[in-house]
Design a protein around this ligand. Structure first.
Ligand code: G3P
Ligand code: CA
Length: 353
């Protein structure tokens, strides 16, 4: 898959280019279109939780996307952002936490487990954006290890796309990038999940570390060109801190290919056909985030993207079906001890937590 565009041009000169840019022989996502469930399925279940991953698998995904941080006592936990989100986090008193930031890195796993992350604050911006989230009170922040046990990629065939939530602009918020990447890779090695995972980040320093210590894990370079996050304006050049000190000459595909990345994941609105073609010609897979409207999904599939990250994997599967394309099978999960799941018609996973 990675080399398919180059394969069309079976010329010695282009083959040499492919070698130079590190064209990988095998797609990290296997054959076919990559249906990635964003934070499990953020639109249907409390994000980045075991019920959300189970639900995504019941709907049918090839990959679950998730975000990770590292607790004060060194445990890799699944959570978006460097701090707990006040619109989806309640304290032991049952109240949503105040807006002041509570850093994941400042709390031990035991302390993080006291929070309930199974409900969206009514009336919040988050609730308005995702009104169909089914609350599951009592849901706790999972560890990466528990998530791998639930997804069980060697049995289910479902992969993990793991994002390191770290910022070069907020060094005090997290472990340094090398230690952060090492912690994630240690879990992947311990669980045998390294060959079923990709590592993604906007902060490419963690990807550089992964390349040095675990080059076998495919690296996904995230980009966000037009908005905040310390990312870049479309035509900005130089070495943005998010790019691990690498100079940027205006072509993200060229830069990512030179770093031997496997995948470019741009914000979907940043992508145009020309950049897509350039990236694929350089041997990159292109998997935009986070695409929730069927018309955008359909357009990007028409353009030839290699996969999509979505809060609504069911919608994406409907779009694929309408095009006569295969969709991932529903997978019922038998999770970590004490958890069970089933996939009733309609794709509703029920996971005790
Ligand atoms: O996988 C890419 C996407 O998840 C990045 O954005 O903020 O949802 O983690 P975010
Ligand atoms: Ca993410």
């Amino acid at each position: 898959m990675v080399c398919r565009t180059l394969g069309v041009f079976a010329l010695a000169a282009l083959a040499a280019v492919a070698l130079e840019v590190g064209c990988a022989p095998v797609s990290p996502f296997g054959e076919g279109f990559d249906v990635q469930g964003h934070r499990g399925t953020r639109a249907r279940r409390p994000e980045n939780t075991l019920p959300s991953f189970a639900e995504a698998m019941c709907i049918g995904v090839t990959t679950v996307e998730l975000d990770v941080g590292v607790s004060k006592d060194g445990v890799v936990v699944v959570r978006h952002g460097r701090g707990l989100h006040p619109e989806i986090t309640r304290g032991p008193d049952g109240r949503f936490i105040p807006a002041e930031r509570v850093l994941i890195s400042a709390l031990t796993l035991a302390e993080l487990r006291r929070f309930d992350v199974g409900r969206v604050r009514p009336g919040s911006r988050y609730a308005m954006g995702f009104p169909e989230v089914v609350p599951i009170d009592g849901t706790r922040i999972p560890t990466l290890e528990e998530t791998i046990a639930l997804v069980d990629p060697s049995r289910s065939g479902v992969r993990l796309n793991i994002e390191t939530k770290i910022s070069p602009e907020k060094p005090a918020d997290t472990l340094p990038p090398d230690a952060f990447a090492d912690a994630v890779i240690a879990v992947l090695r311990k669980t045998g999940a390294l060959k079923y995972a990709t590592l993604q980040s906007f902060d490419w320093r963690t990807l550089a570390r992964a390349k040095a210590v675990a080059p076998e894990i495919p690296r996904v370079h995230l980009s966000h060109q037009a908005e905040a996050n310390g990312a870049l304006e479309r035509r900005q050049t130089g070495a943005p801190p998010w790019f691990a000190g690498h100079d940027y000459d205006g072509s993200l595909p060229k830069l990512i290919a030179s770093l031997e990345g496997a995948v470019w994941s741009p914000l979907y609105r940043d992508l145009d056909r020309e950049s897509l073609r350039e990236a694929q010609t350089l041997g990159l897979l292109v998997v935009p985030w986070t695409v929730n409207e069927p018309r955008d999904m359909d357009r990007l599939i028409e353009w030839g993207v290699d996969g999509l990250i979505t809060d609504y994997p069911g919608r994406l599967n409907d779009v694929l079906r309408a095009r006569g394309l295969p969709v991932p099978p529903a997978v019922a999960v038998e999770g970590a001890a004490g958890r069970s799941a089933r996939c009733p018609p309609g794709g509703t996973a029920e996971v005790s937590n």
